[in-house]
Ligand binder design. Structure first.
Ligand code: HEM
Length: 161
């Protein structure tokens, strides 16, 4: 299946799950637990095309140790988020857009966060806006799908997703 067809499939899957649960009413935060596929779509979107692939650069203020590495004072430390989010050591077929990886076999959203799922970085400086961003993307996505359900959607550029 080419990429345009796959995108179309995800779009219609999105609508297929929304319709019986909330119809055309405006989505609310509580709908996150009902619309598991749409939540999984948002999570996969942030993994597959992470908006901050190199995270935010840090600098060691003192000599320290990171795992087996000695980090001298003033070293710039870069977390390559995309390298982890797209690594086949942690993800099955990382180059495939598969929201299903965030669902269990019953189609329920997986509550436990994969340790390699770091689109918002990790540790003490992890993005404090993580939950706000995910909720915002979820609400916007669901509303967009509802409002365009009667549109004829075409995807032209197979390389842009
Ligand atoms: C998709 C949306 C977003 C992504 C991918 C994202 C990603 C990130 C990343 C990678 C960092 C760096 C963490 C680090 O230094 O290790 C960060 C920091 C931060 N983010 Fe976000 N962010 C998003 C949305 C938001 C939102 C909606 C807010 C606030 C409403 C926010 C507030 C912040 C703040 C204040 C920091 C600095 C935290 C610190 O330095 O301790 N972000 N974000």
């Amino acid at each position: 299946m080419n990429r345009a067809l796959k995108l179309r499939k995800h779009y219609f899957n999105g609508y297929y799950y929304i319709l019986p649960e909330i119809g055309d009413r405006v989505p609310v935060i509580q709908d996150k637990s009902k619309l598991c596929y749409n939540m999984a779509f948002v999570m996969e979107m942030l993994r597959f095309r992470n908006p901050t692939p190199l995270s935010v650069f840090h600098k060691a203020l003192v000599d320290c140790k990171l795992g087996p590495f000695n980090i001298p004072k003033n070293t710039q430390v870069v977390l390559h988020q995309a390298g982890i989010l797209m690594n086949e050591q942690y993800w099955c077929e990382p180059n495939q857009f598969k929201p299903e990886r965030f669902l269990d076999k019953h189609g329920q959203f997986l509550d436990t966060k994969h340790s390699a799922y770091i689109p918002f970085s990790c540790g003490r400086r992890i993005c404090p806006g993580e939950q706000l961003a995910i909720t915002d993307l979820f609400l916007s996505l669901v509303r967009f799908i509802q409002l365009t359900s009667s549109y004829r959607i075409e995807f032209y550029n197979e390389h842009v997703i």
